[in-house]
Design a protein around this ligand. Structure first.
Ligand code: ZN
Length: 640
């Protein structure tokens, strides 16, 4: 069975405005607290001064880890997306000024090298070792990861502002990369940390969509070489002519997915953040070259990562020693699960959603967003988790970290949230996420406005209203989540017969202004059972309601670790606007008759150090109605 590739386009950030009781307050905190917090800490710790030192031809004295440049660029991408979403003019003006200051410093540093090479760590500390050459250590230096983050930030910056000052730096550097690496006589160098793959595809697409950008560069840019380089990078993994294979303790070359040609890889291996970003780049390239072997490899890797190596929160990377994937079904409760890896998987799911137009992938995007991603930042927005295990004896969120990679990654995905809600093709509009919003999109030459009103994931009803200049016939595809039983749709007050195909309820009709669609997704509390081969979760159940995984914290329950669920826990829920920024609490009964209460997993770690648990032991009785989470075979038949 094989899903056929499709090609959806996202409705971009500029054309979607989010107005949602769940997300709007969180996004406000993100742009008003988290973004300035992260930028201030980078400035305080010398991340921008590194560029000044390169500009001034200094040596030594690099601040922070070698990938600091990349983290600054990633945060600039997020800031650009926030500007693109246009929340308010004053914020945009403030971000504009701040970014202009950064870009001036970055461009001045890039001007030092005649080819536009830029990696402040390598230039200050190891000038002989560019791209890990001449005995350097590419895995430590992060030359190409930093380059990728720069290119990506530049593309987002152009899309947000129309300005080309950062793009000039990025395009020049990208051209230099194409000169240096590739098939012989160029050098066999592949990214030690993926990201440049997707970034170069984005750069290629930007120039194709906006050919006038060429004139603004002031130097020739051959974008076809960018795509060739991406294909080289993807296909050259595991081929070591002229370079030394990686040897990382415990996982060797799998650490950077460099153990085998990528198109032959069957399983998700190695460092989880690297893997997720590499697979995202693979799909990005496939969307352009439309190669079947690329799509097939992406499906295989997604299937393995999601159905055998991912936790119920959407997090991946069980193994602490190399921050990576373990073997199939190795999903311990105290797993490592870096925030960045859940974010990376979110990017991968979104890319797969667009590539295959199948709701199954958006289901997993939703799982990542509402659980593994959102838990990475506190509700106040200025403290963070790097690791996200499913059990703990009490953990404190940190204000900053020696490797502060997670806050920028989290900012990247959440700043782009508006562009994940809707997608379209020539036949219709897909709704992938239930987030209150107003969207404008062009379908068959007509400008269509769609409003979505919802209190998801707390409430079951979502409503859509259309506004069009004249009636138009197209399909409205509403994602019906895989966990949802009994979804109902009404069009203009009348129950519609819904045929769910590839994860979407499809409504084909001639739409006109005022047409009103109501969707009801039942949200019962569900007990979820893991795949029987997941040893750590055997005999245990997790609690979910809709896309939210629930957790018990010691502050609400005396001993969450010892708690045993009753055979019939008699679930109740209560909306508590005063708790944790407003949450629906789930309550139930334990085997000893006492009552317990659980909060959404994303909200853990906001009330001091307290024990926490997701998987709960359960009194097993016959005829218990539970839902098995990893319905691998079912999905294989139905989706793959
Ligand atoms: Zn991280």
């Amino acid at each position: 069975m094989y899903l056929s590739p499709h090609a959806l386009s996202p409705v971009p950030l500029q054309d979607v405005s989010i107005d949602d009781p769940f997300w709007s307050p969180k996004l406000k905190t993100l742009r008003e607290v988290t973004l300035p917090d992260v930028l201030a800490k980078f400035e305080r710790d010398g991340a921008l001064t590194n560029f000044d030192r390169v500009r001034d031809h200094q040596t030594g004295g690099h601040s922070g880890p070698p990938w600091y440049d990349g983290l600054v660029y990633e945060t600039m991408r997020a800031a650009s997306d926030i500007m693109a979403a246009h929340y308010d003019a004053a914020l945009n003006a403030e971000l504009h000024t701040r970014l202009e200051g950064y870009i001036a410093r970055i461009a001045a540093a890039a001007a030092v090298d005649p080819n536009g090479y830029l990696n402040t760590y390598t230039q200050l500390e190891r000038p002989e070792h560019r791209f890990g050459q001449n005995g350097g250590d590419q895995i430590w230096q992060h030359d190409l990861y930093n380059a990728g983050a720069l290119i990506e930030a530049a593309v987002h910056h152009v899309r947000a502002t129309g300005q080309t000052n950062l793009l000039r730096v990025a395009a020049r550097y990208a051209s230099h990369l194409s000169d240096v690496m590739g098939p012989q006589p160029r050098r066999n160098i592949v990214p030690e940390h993926p990201l440049p793959e997707e970034a170069l595809v984005k750069l290629y697409l930007l120039f194709r969509e906006q050919p006038t950008l060429h004139e603004a560069m002031g130097f020739p840019v051959d974008v076809s070489r960018f795509l060739q380089l991406v294909e080289f990078w993807l296909e050259q993994r595991g081929r070591y002519e002229g370079r030394v294979p990686l040897s990382i303790p415990q996982c060797g070359a799998t650490y950077a997915q460099d153990h085998q040609p990528l198109l032959q890889q069957e399983t998700a291996e190695g460092h989880a953040v690297r893997a997720a970003l590499l697979y995202t780049g693979l799909v990005a390239a496939a969307m352009v070259n439309r190669r079947d072997d690329y799509f097939r490899a992406a499906l295989r890797l997604w299937d393995n990562a999601v159905h055998r190596r991912m936790h119920i929160t959407g997090s991946v990377g069980s193994n602490q020693s190399y921050e990576g994937f373990g073997p199939d079904y190795f999903l311990p409760e105290d797993a490592y699960l870096e925030t960045c890896a859940a974010v990376g998987m979110g990017f991968f799911h979104q890319a797969m959603t667009l590539a295959f137009a199948n709701g199954r992938f958006a289901d997993e995007l939703e799982r990542s967003l509402y659980n593994g991603v959102l838990t990475g930042v506190s509700l106040k927005g200025d403290t963070y988790f790097y690791e996200n295990p499913l059990t703990s004896e009490g953990r404190e969120r940190w204000a900053w970290h020696g490797c502060p990679c997670c806050p920028p990654m989290l900012l990247k995905i959440l700043s782009a949230l508006g562009s994940y809600i809707y997608a379209y093709d020539e036949t219709g509009l897909y709704v992938n996420l239930y987030i209150g919003s107003h969207a404008t999109f062009n379908l068959q030459g007509k400008t269509v406005h769609l409003s979505q009103r919802t209190a998801y994931p707390w409430e079951e009803e979502t409503a859509f209203t259309f506004e069009l200049p004249e009636p138009a016939r197209f399909e409205l595809a509403l994602r019906i989540p895989g966990w949802c039983i009994g979804a109902q749709v009404k069009v203009n007050g009348r129950t519609a017969d819904i045929a769910v195909r590839n994860g979407y309820a499809r409504l084909i009709r001639t739409w006109q202004t005022g047409d009103h669609v109501e969707l009801r997704l039942p949200l019962p509390v569900q007990r979820i059972e893991a795949h029987p081969l997941v040893e750590a979760a055997r005999g245990k159940r997790a609690i979910m309601r809709g896309p939210l995984v629930y957790a018990m914290e010691g502050i609400d329950n005396p001993r969450p670790t010892d708690l045993i669920l009753a055979a019939d826990p008699r679930f109740t829920t209560e909306w508590r606007p005063d708790v944790l920024g407003g949450v629906r609490i789930v309550r139930g009964e334990s085997a000893d008759g006492s009552r317990w209460s659980a909060i959404p997993f994303y909200a853990i770690g906001n009330r001091g150090k307290t024990p926490m648990r997701v998987w709960l032991r359960q009194t097993l009785a016959p005829n218990i109605s539970t839902v098995q989470w990893s319905q691998e075979e079912l999905y294989r038949t139905a989706a793959l």
